[in-house]
Design a binder for this molecule. Sequence first.
Ligand SMILES: [Mn+2]
Length: 275
Amino acid sequence: MKPFTPKLAPWGPPVLLGVPLDHNSSFLRGPALAPPLIRRALHSDAWNKTTESRVDLGVPGIFEDAGDLSKMESPDAFKRIEEAIAKIVSAGKRPVTLGGDHSITYPILRSIGKRIPGITLVHFDAHPDLYADYEGNPHSHASPFARILESQLVKRLVQIGVRTLNEHQHTQAEKYGVEVFEMNALPDLCQLGLAGPIYISFDMDALDPAFAPGISHWEPGGLSTREAIRYLHGLSGPLIGADLVEFNPVRDTIGITATVAAKILKEILGIMLRA
Ligand SMILES: [Mn+2]
């Protein structure tokens, strides 16, 4: 067995930030309801607070929680997301955002990418989210990675778990040099040569809907929870931030997806904190 107490990373603490925004969803609303439910599952007495990487998240101050942003329906929502992330990053801390739909990843990266050069963005998703626009909305949850790449906010985009690549998004991936790893050819992380700083964008629909049914776009044939955790544990640091998006409580009929989201969150925090 691994030694019990890990050395902690010499980086600022992770800071949770809820972003209850779902008006850029193309099919169903609901992800705006997610942040408090993920927190409730994270702090549930049903499990202890120690991650699989042996970090005790119950230690006071080991991570912070900045609460939820308000009035995310207003036209200046992206600007306020960008400012809130800037405040966290400028304080030397690391944002861990709870969505919300995937459109929020663009303002988050606008803020981080301007401050931290050379980011490798590791993106778990059933979808490449590379549409130039979707049904006329350039800020659709189907388009954030097109915006991020055209603005050159990251050095590399590596997508894992994709199983919906159509011709348009294939063209977009080629245009921007995206490294797309589809479910039928999952990569060995060691061979990808990933280097820090790493940012994780985790769409809950990367997981098979058998594991996480509380999502807007069911796409069978996805990652198991264990496969996703194995990838997370395999990432070499430093991890400078993460977002966990697209959990839709409206479809989480038995409440399991909230717990799966909290488990993914726990393990992300654990790998951010370990040395
Ligand atoms: Mn998705």
